[in-house]
Design a protein around this ligand. Structure first.
Ligand SMILES: [Zn+2]
Length: 295
């Protein structure tokens, strides 16, 4: 499938690459995802670099390039992979969070309806001027800050720390993303750590405003009490959850096809999920007919 990233990848020569070509996961990628359940950011990198055929004029797309993709671009690509493998529709059930209701309601939405916001300003590096209140040393020279937006390499390197010490992880993220403060380039960890809380808040707020975004909450209505509420929707967890749920089936399907068609395990694992499913459906029909003839 083809598409356009909400952000895009900047190569070393300053060119932006946004058009992508994605192929469906085969049994190999499904197996990879299912077998390893730790450090999902690096797993996302591995899956995406295997399934991305082309990014702008970049082909093949290496893991290094995928690491350099913005967080929302990676989420966007995961959503597209999920759509190809399992379709657009998401079904589930949950309890209505209104205390006087609390009844089980079914949830159904289309992934095509997940709101995606394009980057407000496509640039490899952004700059901003801190407010006077944010600069507690009053140094006018240090008012200008240059930064890049968080990407896959930040996710990979900081995911462990994020679970242990969120504050420290966020400080580290800032010092990775801030490329210059006033005349200091790079600013050094100490100068970033010395930023006032107000300055940090201003930078973080600007980063959020500039970054592309895949909406991670869905508004839904309770069918019982008709009131609305927000359902959190973590793209990465959701993607892995779906695949792990289908994990037990993967090997059954391989066995089923190998048994009846005499294909090798390698041949079957190289098929995309929908192709595998098509053969299984055909096979089930045939087996049913054979059974009917026999009785
Ligand atoms: Zn309700």
């Amino acid at each position: 499938m083809h598409g356009v990233l909400p952000g895009g990848y900047w190569d070393d020569e300053g060119r932006l690459h946004r058009q992508f070509e994605l192929t469906a996961m085969t049994g190999r990628e499904e197996e990879l995802l299912v077998r390893r359940d730790t450090d999902s950011a690096s797993l996302v990198t591995e899956v995406l670099s295997r399934c991305l055929r082309r990014l702008g004029s970049i082909a093949p797309v290496t893991p290094e390039v995928v690491r350099g993709l913005l967080v929302a671009d990676r989420q966007f690509l995961l959503l597209q992979l999920r759509r190809v493998a399992f379709g657009d529709l998401v079904r589930g059930s949950l309890l209505c969070p209104w205390p006087d209701c609390g009844r089980r309601v079914s949830l159904e939405f289309s992934l095509a309806d997940v709101p995606v916001e394009e980057a407000a300003d496509h640039a490899p590096v952004h700059s901003m001027t801190l407010s006077a209140e944010a600069r507690d040393d009053g140094e006018a020279a240090c008012a200008e800050v240059h930064f890049r937006l968080p990407d896959g390499s930040d996710q990979e390197d900081l995911s462990g720390l994020l679970a242990d010490n969120e504050a420290e992880a966020l400080t580290l993220l800032l010092s990775r993303c801030i490329l210059r403060i006033g005349p200091y380039e790079p600013p050094g960890d100490q100068r970033v750590a010395a930023l006032s809380p107000r300055a940090r808040a201003e930078i973080e707020e600007r980063m959020e405003r500039l970054a592309p975004r895949v909406e991670q909450t869905m508004e839904t209505e309770c069918a019982e009490c008709t009131r609305t509420f927000l359902v959190p929707f973590d793209v990465q967890r959701f993607f892995f959850g779906d695949l792990r749920a289908g994990a037990a089936l993967l090997y059954r399907e391989v066995h089923h096809l190998a048994f009846h068609y005499h294909w090798s395990e390698r041949e079957i694992m190289d098929m995309a999920r929908d192709k595998r499913r098509t053969y299984i459906d055909v096979l089930d029909d045939v087996l049913l007919e054979v059974q009917n003839c026999g009785t």
